[in-house]
Write a protein that binds this ligand. Structure first.
Ligand code: C5P
Length: 410
């Protein structure tokens, strides 16, 4: 979509509810970015949030008196909480704590923030932030699923280092990504459910080709890009089947996941998941697999001074899918990870494999591509191209889904 964030958010009345977590300080930057995009921002804080950041900081950045209590008579006299709930064209909760999500899911209205959320008819987006065990807890998963069913948009959280020194999913998305996601959601219909009724099959991660019971040939794909695409598509209403190679990533909310190991297994799972409307092959599928898997561990002495492995080509899943026989596919998207001459190889693959779209990125560049949280990519289709500058994979996934929709409707 060529519309900019400022085009979408300019003049929009955003109610930002700040929850009580350490990530509350990042909400200051969210206000700054929303204001820079031309939005009017009214901040409301929970009691917990006020213990982390002073309301005055939000007041200075938003240019409006911050609302902190249901029982503040002078604030209520200026704009009652029901009036405020009606004023909002978009509600954003950042950070959304586990407690706040639980209250929202169950319709609690014991304080200002929860009351505003219950009283508003504006679309609600939540950007969760919490400890990774709390995020993974079945209670939180169920609350998130319930909120999503009701059309609440979930932005993040990201996987990474958490405030308590542990690592895992639970980091608040970066303010830049939150604002971009908010804009892309606002730009689409039905509160961001512009992929409703669409079935998408996504492959992600590496494949492992076993040599013997303990060794395999693999690659450094983390699966993050494919998981981000699956998450974004599900959030926007698609029915998503995610075929994942061996990765250490949580299943995105609302996504149906199948785990596989080898290229052969991935191929089987892909065809079992058909028919579909869109296929997105982000997986780094091995091109070669051992001719045979040794039943016992290959001994050091097996090959004398060296060891020759006989490898055979794996099935090219993408090329086979792109033939579209009995798949119902309307759009086939491939990925190309290249170390050099990215554009030339990508365009060649687009033509050779009869794809509708190919997304190329350069690997071997520090900070981008495999194993990284960021990426920079360029997409090609038969009549055009679009570059995506370096950004977190979650944000790129949103932009890529915009492009996929555009190509689907072209
Ligand atoms: O030709 P290359 O392997 O670089 O193409 C990459 C694209 O092809 C990716 O989308 C990948 O998922 C897909 N692919 C595949 N099956 C293979 C090899 C690659 O689906 N055996």
């Amino acid at each position: 979509m060529s519309t900019s964030i400022a085009d979408i958010l300019n003049g929009k009345r955003v109610l930002l509810c700040v929850g009580g977590g350490i990530a509350a300080y990042k909400a200051l930057e969210v206000v700054r970015r929303l204001r820079a995009a031309g939005a009017e921002v009214q901040v409301a804080m929970t009691a917990g949030a006020q213990r982390f950041v002073a309301p005055l900081s939000f007041q200075a950045l938003s240019g409006r008196t911050v609302r902190t209590s249901l029982w503040d008579e002078s604030a209520e006299a200026a704009m009652g909480h029901i009036e405020l709930a009606r004023w909002a064209q978009q509600v954003l909760i950042a950070p959304a704590t586990a407690d706040l999500l639980a209250k929202l899911a169950h319709g609690f209205a014991g304080d200002l923030v929860t009351t505003l959320c219950l009283a508003t008819t504006a679309p609600i987006a939540v950007a969760p932030a919490m400890n990774h065990c709390m995020w993974r807890h079945p209670a939180t998963r169920a609350n998130i699923a319930l909120l999503q069913q009701r059309g609440v948009r979930v932005i993040g959280p990201e996987d990474g280092l958490l405030a308590e020194g542990e690592s895992g999913p639970g980091r608040l998305s970066e303010p830049e990504s939150i604002v971009a996601a908010l804009a892309s959601g606002s730009a689409t219909h039905g509160g961001g459910r512009d992929l409703a009724g669409v079935r998408m099959v996504v492959t992600a991660g590496p494949t492992y080709e076993d040599l013997d019971p303990v060794r395999y040939l693999g690659n450094r794909s983390s699966g993050k890009m494919g998981f981000a695409i699956a998450a974004s598509a599900a959030r926007r209403g698609a029915e998503v089947a995610l075929i994942a190679g061996p990765v250490h990533l949580d299943t995105p909310v609302g996504v149906q996941r199948m785990n596989v190991r080898s290229a052969r297994q991935m191929r089987e799972a892909v065809f079992a998941a058909m028919p579909a409307d869109i296929y997105v092959g982000t997986a780094a599928v091995a091109d070669f697999a051992p001719l045979a898997i040794a039943p016992q561990k290959i001994k050091k002495t097996a090959g004398g001074e060296g060891l020759k492995l006989e490898l055979v080509r794996t099935p090219d899943i993408l090329a086979e899918v792109a033939k579209r026989e009995d798949t119902g596919l309307k759009l086939v998207v491939g990925f190309a990870a290249e170390t050099d001459d990215v554009a030339r190889y990508a365009k060649q693959k687009l033509a050779d494999k009869h794809l509708d779209l190919i997304v190329a990125n350069r690997v071997g560049v520090p900070g981008c591509g495999f194993e990284s949280d960021n990426n920079a990519m360029i997409a090609f289709w038969p009549e055009g191209e679009k570059a995506f500058s370096e950004a977190p994979k979650a944000r790129l996934a949103e932009e890529l889904i915009d492009l996929i929709l555009e190509r689907l409707q072209a």
